[in-house]
Ligand binder design. Structure first.
Ligand code: SF4
Ligand code: SF4
Length: 423
């Protein structure tokens, strides 16, 4: 039977399990009955299923077999790929190997991007390896071998000033200007996040002005604190849970029913980690900006006024992509902007190469972090585009820091939408 073009397109589009970035593979359906977000002991019977085949090194289902693991490509040895990490995890959890500083470092020298898990065809590893990559960090913290010194420094600052950037909490909303209209009675909060508040304020301004343009009443909380992602991702779960409990109290006290985020890390943390890891059930709806704007675009409430005449590529942030399954909403919005030509990089969606800023890598392993960023920037340049667009201030900051000449520009999704609506 000959397939119609639309059928072929459907076949090419991977399906994702609701609320995760994990690809849905029908043959595995009966083997994914475990819970996520559990401790190391819970997964202890799975690690040794790894066949050391090396499939997790490459996007083997795509033409080109592109490499996907920044940690392995930089570290070179098997220990830095998922296969090696599985063996090490099995060895320590079955008391065959003792914890050492070096062992801990191997697990921290990984951006938790989860590109490896998407390639592995062992169902339990495909679905749960991300959980034990974090659980090994939790164990390292319990043994006094984690987090890394740079991560300890910013964690201490979060406890004092609610941000990891060594900034003062009183300066968090310095970017706000009088032309941004807030409604203090609104039940909708824009959760700005630390990176946007202190390092990428143009994202905060663009997001607020876009929300104003569609006349959505929203407020920015006086008491907005770090969401806890940098603490949780470095294995400091108890400390992160305390931050989460305090934040949920703040949201409830402010009467918040819906939160919009423009940071991929905040989104993942508020939507997945708070309820599913920390058991903090809340009725607050959490939406990432492109999900929210796609709804508004479909309802004709968001309108574009300008032709941007720009060739772009979209970089999938790991924390909304593989961690949460948001691949299409940003693309759908961007493709509807007049004059935008969206060209995919060879590694996209579940196979996207990480920008190298997440999982605490940027603070503790600067060389690995720049190596990953430069590889992504080169891939974007080879795609012959004017700009690389992402949907996370941390990716944006990473690209800005590493782009060494003006051959290619970088923007956040919110900035592109803002340019398109500006009158
Ligand atoms: S994690 Fe999966 S893909 Fe990687 S070596 Fe083990 S079995 Fe192979
Ligand atoms: S999470 Fe990312 S960096 Fe870490 S082992 Fe997997 S692919 Fe490599």
């Amino acid at each position: 039977m000959e397939l119609e073009v639309s059928d072929l397109e459907k076949e090419k589009t991977p399906k994702y399990i609701q609320g995760t970035g994990i690809t849905e593979l029908d043959i595995f359906a009966d083997r994914i009955s475990l819970d996520r977000n559990k401790s190391l002991d819970y997964y202890k019977d799975i690690f040794y299923q790894c066949g050391k085949c090396g499939t997790c090194r490459t996007g083997f289902q795509e033409k080109g077999w592109y490499r996907v693991c920044p940690s392995g490509e930089y570290g070179k040895f098997e220990a830095y790929y998922l296969g090696g990490k599985n063996l090490l995890t099995w060895a320590v959890s079955s008391n065959r190997l003792n914890w050492t500083e070096n062992l801990s470092k191997i697990f921290y020298q990984c951006s938790l991007c989860l590109a490896c898990t998407q390639q592995c065809q062992i169902p339990e590893i495909h679905h749960y390896a991300g959980e034990w990559l974090i659980a090994m960090r939790e164990e390292a913290v319990k043994k006094g071998l984690g987090p890394m010194p740079e991560q300890t420094r910013y964690s201490e600052h979060i406890a004092l000033e609610y941000n990891p950037y060594m900034e003062k909490h009183k300066d968090r909303r310095n970017w706000l200007s009088s032309n941004i209209i807030q409604n203090q009675d609104a039940k909708l909060a824009y959760f700005v996040g630390c990176t946007t508040s202190y390092r990428e304020q143009s994202v905060a301004k663009a997001t607020s002005e876009v929300l104003n343009s569609i006349q959505i009443g929203f407020k920015i909380l006086d008491e907005e604190h770090c969401c806890g992602s940098p603490i949780y991702m470095t294995g400091q779960t108890d400390q992160a849970k305390k931050i989460a409990e305090s934040n949920v109290e703040i949201f409830k006290k402010a009467g918040i029913e819906k939160i919009i985020t423009s940071c991929a890390g905040c989104y993942r943390t508020l939507k997945e980690t708070y309820p599913k890891k920390f058991g903090l059930e809340h009725d607050i709806e959490i939406l990432h900006l492109p999900e929210f704007l796609l709804e508004k675009l479909n309802d004709n409430e968001l309108k574009f006024n300008n032709n941007l005449n720009l060739k772009i590529t979209y970089h999938d942030p790991c924390h909304i992509g593989r961690h949460m399954g948001i691949y299409e909403p940003p693309r759908e919005v961007l493709k509807k902007i007049p004059g935008i030509e969206l060209i995919e990089m060879p590694r996209n969606r579940q196979n996207a190469w990480c920008c190298g800023s997440g999982g605490g890598v940027r603070s503790a392993f600067k060389d690995l972090s720049s190596f990953a960023a430069n590889e992504r920037i080169e891939e974007a340049k080879e795609s012959n585009v004017d700009a690389i667009v992402s949907c996370c201030p941390f990716c944006l900051n990473q690209f800005k820091t590493n782009i060494k000449n003006s051959n290619i520009k970088t923007y956040d999704f919110s900035e592109i939408v803002h340019k398109a609506i500006k009158s």
